[in-house]
Ligand binder design. Sequence first.
Ligand SMILES: Nc1ncnc2c1ncn2[C@@H]1O[C@H](COP(=O)(O)OP(=O)(O)O)[C@@H](O)[C@H]1O
Ligand SMILES: [Mg+2]
Length: 380
Amino acid sequence: MTITTQRPRLAIIGASYLQMPLIEKAKERGFETHAFAWAANDVGEAAADVFHPISIIEVDKIIDVCRDLNIVGICSIASDVATLAVNHVANALGLPGNSLECTVKSTNKHAMREAFEQCGDPSPKSFLVDSETNLDVILENISWPIIVKPTDRSGSRGITKLYDTNGLEQALDEAYGQSFEHKALIEEFAEGEEFSVEYISQGGVHHFLAITRKFTTGAPHFIETGHEEPADLDEATYDRVKAVVEHALNSLGVTDSASHSEVMINSDGSIKLIEIGARMGGDFIGSDLVYLSTGYDYVDMVIDVACGNPLVFKPARKPHKASAHFIFNQEDVEKFETIKREHPETIWKAGDVDYSLLGNAHDSSTRAGWYVLIGEALDA
Ligand SMILES: Nc1ncnc2c1ncn2[C@@H]1O[C@H](COP(=O)(O)OP(=O)(O)O)[C@@H](O)[C@H]1O
Ligand SMILES: [Mg+2]
């Protein structure tokens, strides 16, 4: 008699390059990987053991296939839209994941601001608007400068900072145009320095991993230019940021997932929440910087949470300073060329530069290139 052992099947939502670290890690760990996405000739389609050409918004179809496959877990990294499918499937099949209520609150910026307000989390004053809204009342009740942004997009799409009503109409049109639900937020601008906070949660317990310093192009569009880990903040600030984020994760009902919380720290020390994604941070934060700066394999942890394996905090490598850098213009290209010539040993990974995009970035998807650097070793 031959006994064939079936490899455990892991469902992965999305098949773009963003999911590659997850697909590769899951295969390395012996899972049979099943990727679900709209067929677009993406790298993940060939990399996964089985590719299912079902759009990630066709959640009921994905549930049926996953039920038939008897998957042991479902996950995705770095995509808000994917968390909808992940958590719908997880809830339908009784697998670990966040609730559907949490999924709404962590993907819709208005639902998120409402949850923060109800639960007493520090969050800038924010108003929901659409093309029918009378803006007079809002403008009487808000202090300038303001931020205008779509309710449900990411990657700095449709974001504008305004100092007065000049340009308001255009900013709103831009935000409505980007928003899937054609709605926008007008909110008070939180001053300060920006950081993100990376956590992994299991069974409602939140495990801190890292604080990341964020660099952006600044006003008006705030496109990320780089990230640095660990953030150079004192211990007391680390503790205050962690307390704010853990409270906010509870306000959103995050129980079983990675999370990426964006915060602003003012020069007076006060902390304001910008937004929280119940998923790993993109821009190489989740896939590389956390691993390099803590030694913990974050992608492994996401798989463990998805399958209900208790998390193990055992560093897989010695922690080092780490940073991600994005190329916007010729000066950035030259800076990277200098690093390649003088300090090639610091380059952890790098992508090809798309010269046609130089000087043309209008959101994070139109940056011309990227590289990740590894710096000096840290005391573990
Ligand atoms: N209320 C705010 N106050 C200050 N800056 C903000 C505010 N809202 C957004 N920003 C800036 O715009 C960037 C993008 O906004 P965010 O809500 O995080 O959208 P996205 O989903 O595109 O990342 C933030 O990282 C921050 O720099
Ligand atoms: Mg953001």
